[in-house]
Design a protein around this ligand. Structure first.
Ligand code: AMP
Length: 191
């Protein structure tokens, strides 16, 4: 299996590049943000609780997202591999992911981290908010909170994979196709 963690701050391009990567490498895309938004759309109790935090730009509790990933791994046992997008976002989530994958005799192949400046992230997120109506993209205070959550809780996750020799950093500013090419080169070097 090819199991990729696609990493980076909000607005780094993880969702866009995931779409390209799942097609090329025939992987299952697991985005905890997308799963949470579908829970909200379905009006579930979990979705309603998560929405309160998401609208403020705060991370939802580890056990909530770990449980979601656990059930997706169990539901996709024949997959050729996974792209984890927006997960893991804390060290506890990274450790849980290793445990869950080990339960399927699997492991993370590599982490690809997209690097983008804060100024460019804010510009992209405000644009996405205006175009998509995503509530947590529309407001600059919430965007700043999400970037702060990333820096205080999530950035350290890169070090977790770096310590395992699995981290590759990719410049996330430029043409989408050029960034996709750089991601593919990094993946092919690690297969
Ligand atoms: P995203 O679509 O990945 O930017 O996620 C949108 C929001 O969902 C985040 O700001 C968090 O509130 C929540 N969220 C998504 N993934 C996670 C995660 N792995 N851990 C905690 N909260 C998450």
């Amino acid at each position: 299996m090819l199991n990729i963690v696609l990493f980076g701050p909000p607005g780094a391009g993880k969702g866009t590049q995931s779409q390209n990567l799942i097609e090329k490498y025939k992987l299952v895309h697991l985005s905890t943000g997308d799963i949470l938004r579908s829970e909200i759309a379905a009006g579930t109790a979990l979705g309603l609780e998560a929405k309160k935090l998401m609208d403020q730009g705060i991370l939802v509790p580890d056990e909530v997202v770990i449980g979601m990933i656990d059930s997706k791994l169990n539901a996709n046992k024949t997959a050729g591999g996974f792209i984890f997008d927006g997960f893991p976002r804390t060290i506890a989530q990274a450790e849980a992911l290793d445990r869950l994958l080990a339960g399927h005799n699997e492991k993370i192949s590599c982490m690809l981290s997209l690097r983008v400046t804060e100024e460019e992230l804010t510009r992209r997120l405000l644009l996405r908010g205006a175009e998509s109506g995503r509530p947590d993209d529309a407001n600059e205070t919430v965007i700043r909170k999400r970037i702060h959550e990333y820096e205080s809780k999530t950035a350290a996750v890169a070090e977790y994979y770096n310590a395992q020799g699995k981290l590759t950093e990719i410049d996330g500013i430029g043409e989408i196709d050029a960034i996709f090419g750089a991601l593919c080169t990094a993946i092919d070097a690690r297969r």
